[in-house]
Design a protein around this ligand. Structure first.
Ligand code: MN
Length: 284
């Protein structure tokens, strides 16, 4: 199932080129009082909501995808966790370009570990990427993004995919330079998820997916998730040794080779096998 959020918090099931509006199912969520749960309550309830979404599709209002504004398919992730350099070919290009890639940040993932992006940086596929510091080089990074479905702590890689609710396309927009990643990658609109979430059981094995990113007519990134240094299971094992992963937490799995600068006026198109594609304008 492909689940999207659109038009100000409405929930849809994507079928072909249309969205079935199943927002009425949200009435089944408990009504919360302060203090609110720290996780994403829709993702936490997905195992029970999904059959209700399926039932609600029958007779639901259908809207062409082209006419809706797509928001991040996870509204309230508690954490945006991200893997630094996690493809060998991207590590090689970073080692080769000292002018762009600060030496402090060019190390293997096993040494660097993971980092967090601010949740305030998160937007969906219908937003613009707004260049926040025009004097700095700002790059695109396309990544497979994993949506955690269940609380996970000290999970083994072999068991890790059981904790995944689904997958989506992630863009980890990045200012190059010497500061900590969590600062350079957390400007407003610098974390993109979309166009929708594909449930784990629909996507299947995440280890052989083609990723692509173009800027305008120019192909920039072409890779496959089989070349991840730490794969999805490895990353969940590693992350859950440090963080308690909660429903709705996002794991950006790292970008492959071919990163490059973007500027206002550019159009970014990104796609991942079995998920879909998104297209976004870069503005200032
Ligand atoms: Mn990245």
């Amino acid at each position: 199932m492909k689940i999207c959020l659109f038009n100000g918090g409405r929930v849809g099931v994507v079928i072909g080129d249309d969205v079935a509006d199943v927002t009425s199912v949200l009435d089944r969520l408990p009504s919360y009082r302060y203090p609110l749960p720290r996780n994403d309550v829709l993702i936490a309830a997905l195992p029970t909501l999904q059959p209700a979404f399926e039932a609600a599709v029958v007779g639901a209002p259908s809207i062409p995808l082209a006419e809706v504004l797509l928001e991040s398919p996870v509204a309230n992730p508690g954490k945006l966790i991200a893997a630094p350099v996690n493809y060998q070919a991207h590590l090689d290009e970073a080692i080769a370009d000292e002018a762009t890639f600060s030496r402090a940040h060019v190390r293997k993932i096993q040494e660097t570990g993971l980092f967090l992006k601010a949740t305030s940086s998160l937007v969906g596929a219908s937003a613009d990427i707004v260049i926040g510091l025009p004097d700095r080089r700002t790059d695109h990074e396309v990544e497979l993004a994993v949506v955690i479905g269940k609380t996970a702590k000290n999970v083994l890689a072999a068991d890790a995919l059981q904790y995944v609710a689904g997958y989506t396309i992630g863009l980890d927009i990045t200012i190059r330079g010497p500061e900590e990643r969590s600062l350079r990658k957390s400007l407003d609109s610098y974390s993109v998820l979309g166009p929708w979430l594909v449930t784990a059981e629909e996507l299947g094995d995440p280890s052989g997916l083609d990723l692509a990113l173009d800027v305008g007519d120019e192909p920039r990134q072409r890779a496959n998730t089989r070349d991840l240094i730490m794969n999805v299971g490895d990353l969940i094992e590693f992350a859950s040794k440090f963080y308690t992963l909660e429903p709705g937490d996002i794991l950006f799995t790292g970008t492959p080779e071919g990163v490059g600068p973007i500027q206002p006026g550019d159009t970014i198109r990104a796609s991942i096998d079995r998920i879909g594609a998104l297209e976004m304008a870069v503005t200032q």
